[in-house]
Design a binder for this molecule. Structure first.
Ligand code: FES
Length: 323
């Protein structure tokens, strides 16, 4: 990432929002306005210890004086959420990227259905703020394990759009739990669905929506980084060839393309290393890709001309890369 894409910010406030969840308010280190963003945007945060993690912005997108992040301490963390909770404090200066948006609201939607599971509330809350300001019709459902783990409960309960939000607690009474099949039973033209949260929650929502006949272009989701890329049973080795030099590199069954390239002295810029952020996107000129990412759309994957080498592999013996 070039210096022009980086921002220096100061942590102006760190707040416990719920059990295991803290929010971080970031302001420009020199006191200037921050670049504007739209609902669904995230930033890369360069953490102490050299990690880079993506976090959605959850404040009102009309604010340019601050960015607010919500971070769940993930017990299975590979260090990112722990570093945010333990090593980032009020007054610290951090480097971040400019906001990027891979989870934008569809322009001109007739109505929107927003579904958040756990810490997946962060981009969804930002969407609710933006839709409320635009007086656009929407309904929001926020599922958590229990009230104590529900970040931003007071903020949402006191918001102008509170009447459009329903909370659902896994540990609560059966009648208040989210009935996904009932909610998604009747797709409508122009009604867009947005879902963010744990992988199981997102998949349950998307599978149900597809089964109920929702068109794919009305479904929008954002996965979080969190699961380490693992080799699957049956993964074999294959080769990648660099189009610029003709150099051929073997990718062993138990490594990734990015690591094999790095071992051969070829650096590909990465960030999440889990197929979520898109940083390592690389053009493929020949060969068949085995897509393992959550970043490309099914149509983009089917085009077979680009892949995320931090996680994706090959089904053919050779991939020719535009490197
Ligand atoms: Fe994030 Fe590859 S590094 S998708």
């Amino acid at each position: 990432m070039s210096g022009a894409d980086m921002l220096s910010v100061r942590v102006s406030k760190k707040t416990v929002e719920a059990q295991g969840i803290q929010s971080f308010e970031l302001v420009d280190a020199q006191g200037a306005a921050l670049p504007a963003f739209t609902a669904g945007s995230h930033i890369d945060v360069f953490l102490p210890g050299g990690l880079i993690r993506q976090y959605s912005l959850c404040n009102d997108p009309k604010e340019t004086q601050r960015y607010v992040l919500g971070v769940l301490r993930d017990p299975a963390s590979r260090g990112g959420s722990q570093a945010m909770h333990d090593a980032v404090n009020e007054g610290d200066v951090l480097q971040i990227s400019r906001p990027k948006n891979h989870f934008a609201l569809a322009p001109g939607a007739k109505s929107s259905l927003l579904l958040a599971g756990g810490i997946g509330i962060t981009p969804i809350l930002c969407m609710a703020e933006q839709l409320a300001q635009q007086h656009a019709p929407f309904e929001m459902h926020y599922c958590t394990r229990e009230r104590e783990r529900t970040a931003f409960f007071e903020r949402i309960s006191g918001a102008a759009f509170a009447a459009q939000v329903q909370f659902h607690f896994d540990a609560g009474a059966p009648e208040q739990k989210l009935d996904i099949p009932a909610l998604l039973a009747n797709p409508e033209a122009g009604r867009h669905l947005y879902v963010c949260g744990p992988k199981g929650f997102i998949n349950a929502v998307l599978d149900q929506a597809k089964a109920a006949g929702w068109p794919a272009d009305q479904l929008h989701c954002e996965f979080f980084a969190g699961e380490e890329v693992k080799a699957l049973a049956g993964d074999g080795s294959f080769e990648v060839k660099l189009a610029s030099s003709g150099k051929v590199i073997t990718v062993a069954a138990d490594t990734t393309v990015v690591k094999a390239l790095a071992d051969a002295g070829v650096e590909v810029l990465t960030s999440c290393e889990q197929g979520v952020c898109g940083t390592c996107l690389t053009r493929v000129l020949e060969g068949e890709i085995d897509h393992r990412d959550q970043y490309l759309t099914p149509e983009e994957q089917a085009a077979n001309d680009q892949f995320l080498p931090c996680c994706s592999r090959a089904t053919s013996p050779l991939l020719v890369l535009d490197l």
